[in-house]
Write a protein that binds this ligand. Structure first.
Ligand code: X2X
Length: 338
């Protein structure tokens, strides 16, 4: 029996009795490779819009052999849960922030060293170049296949509810939520704040119920997740550049035949590049949109932040943790640090 015929029979036998007399489902055939992708962002984020385009393209270019189903917005659990799922193979794909995937492969957080990157030219030079390759190799060692093109989250900014941040000294004692990430905790402790790690799924409610007073995220997330509803101030700090690695469970990836791998990789990497352009356009207007929603912006002097990190030994500590090779790659793109 041919594969197609067997699948057609399986599909038919799966039809409910009523389906034979009533409406027959249009798609009655399961894909040969039914893959799942979970993420932590609302559907309207450019990451989800471009990922859906990639999934549609994959279905088309493989003639339906590969189907990618997206579970956005923490439907499958928070970041830590999805990280576990993608490692075990319970889901095929996940897009963890570099900060979060660093709980498995420490060096992945290197793009998030405080005040390292000045602009996107430096960011993409590093992440599309040797530094990105170094990080992907580290993720491969923990069973994650990372696609080449990183997706943009953005430069992170600090929002607060009680008082504005005008200077590094305003960070003192600030109860701030950070992602589940040792680097973020270390950095905000060095700034003398009081950081707490929470998954993104818990951020809105923890601000609303005042479990924390502050959080930090790129402006597009602050808009899309409506964090302006539960925060009053936003300091343009650009303290971390953060991106999402599109990762696959290594074994599931290896099971895909090479021709299908090529189609999937091309679709995902191309979509990632388009997502970067979307974020650039988003960034052009988002601050004024957020001002319109009532958020008050401040522009603290960043030298005071850098000085505190240096004095606290933050750069020396993380250079030792990431290793000289990775640190050298970061500095070759971002300039000498500390
Ligand atoms: O959790 C966050 O703050 C977010 C959405 O930026 C990440 O995924 C790290």
């Amino acid at each position: 029996m041919t594969l197609t015929r067997r699948r057609a029979l399986q599909a038919l036998s799966a039809l409910p009795a009523a389906g034979l007399t009533g409406a027959v489902p249009r798609v009655a055939r399961a894909a040969e490779f039914a893959l799942t992708y979970g993420n932590n962002l609302p559907l309207s984020h450019p990451l989800n819009i471009r990922a859906q385009e990639a999934a549609d393209r994959v279905a088309k270019e493989t003639g339906g052999r590969v189907e990618i189903t997206i579970f956005p917005n923490n439907q499958l659990g928070g970041d830590t849960d999805m990280l576990t799922q993608v490692r075990s193979g319970a889901i095929t794909f996940f897009t963890p922030s570099a900060l979060v995937v660093a709980t498995l492969a420490q060096v992945a957080a290197i793009n998030a060293v405080g005040f390292a990157f000045a602009d996107y030219d430096q960011v993409w030079k590093a992440m599309d170049g040797a530094l990105g390759a170094h990080v992907r190799a580290a993720m491969a060692k923990v069973g994650l296949h990372a696609f080449e093109k990183m997706w943009d989250n953005g430069f992170r900014q600090i929002t607060s509810g009680m008082r504005p941040i005008e200077d590094a000294k305003d960070m003192h004692g600030l109860k701030i939520r950070v992602p589940v990430s040792p680097l973020s905790i270390s950095m905000f402790k060095a700034l003398s704040a009081s950081p707490t790690s929470l998954q993104f799924s818990e951020v809105y409610s923890s601000l609303q119920t005042r479990i924390v007073d502050a959080q930090e995220n790129p402006l597009p997330i602050i808009q899309i997740a409506k964090l302006y509803e539960v925060q009053k101030y936003c300091a343009i700090s650009n303290h971390i550049w953060d991106g999402f690695w599109f990762v696959a469970n290594g074994r599931a990836w290896q099971r895909l035949p090479a021709d299908l791998q090529a189609v999937v990789a091309r679709a995902i990497n191309d979509a990632g590049l388009k997502q970067r352009d979307d974020m650039k356009a988003f960034n052009a207007t988002v601050q004024s949109v957020l001002q319109g929603k009532g958020l008050t912006f401040t522009r603290p002097a960043l030298d005071s932040f850098r000085a505190r990190l240096r004095e606290a030994g933050f750069y020396g500590e993380w250079k030792a943790r990431f290793g000289n090779e990775a640190w050298g790659l970061l500095e070759s793109a971002a300039g000498k640090l500390a």
